[in-house]
Design a protein around this ligand. Structure first.
Ligand code: GRF
Length: 192
């Protein structure tokens, strides 16, 4: 059997998507990848605790240079952005071209790009009177939420939804399934 693809997960927040990756890897649902490191853009990211609990090496990297150094040290073959709130430096995008994926909580091209992050996305979806929303996993390029789409999953918008309720439904029904699935897809391709 060939070696597993080494994955670095970049985070900024609560890390529920990271948790989904950790759980699915433990379950054997990401057989071609192994999370080698979690890099956070801020030291108070709860995602760091999730990583530590799972025995995964962690680092806090605030400056672009530090992110590059941590990636290099980790020997990562691919990068998963799981609620990473910073723009990746050009050098990293170039070096890991088609090996960086991101999860966005809407059906791209709707409600993405500048200003569409966190609850703002779901608030805008509700204000737009949409009947469905969802999540998208895409490759990361130099733009914002603009790289080629890998996977999308739609989720129903229900009467009386608040941004919080919709966010939770999108996470449960789409994000936490889609991101591990996409990570496995790319890892499998890279391992051939
Ligand atoms: C998710 O909604 C993700 O789609 C977006 O940021 C949020 C991160 O949540 N990019 P978590 O830190 O994984 O809980």
């Amino acid at each position: 059997m060939s070696e597993k693809i080494k994955v670095a997960v970049l985070v900024s927040g609560g890390g529920t998507n990271l948790q989904a990756l950790i759980d699915k890897e433990a379950d054997g649902q990401i057989p071609d990848a192994h999370i080698v490191k979690v890099i956070a853009s801020r030291e108070d990211a709860f995602a760091l605790e999730r990583a530590a609990k799972a025995g995964i090496e962690t680092a806090v990297a605030k400056e672009p240079q530090q992110v590059m150094e941590e990636l290099q040290k980790s020997g990562a073959d691919m990068i998963v952005l799981a609620g990473y709130m910073k723009v990746l430096p050009k050098e990293i995008i170039e070096r890991y071209r088609n090996k960086i994926i991101n999860i966005h909580p809407s059906l791209i091209p709707k409600y993405c790009g500048k200003g569409f992050y966190g609850k703002r996305v779901h608030k805008a979806v509700l204000e737009g009177g949409e009947k469905e929303s969802g999540a998208t996993v895409h490759f990361v390029d130099e733009g914002m939420d603009s790289g080629p789409i890998l996977l999308q999953k739609a989720v129903e918008v229900k009467e009386g939804d608040t941004p919080e309720i919709l966010q939770r439904r999108v996470m449960e029904q789409a994000e936490w399934k889609l991101l591990p699935q996409a990570a496995q897809m790319i890892a499998k391709e890279l391992s051939i």
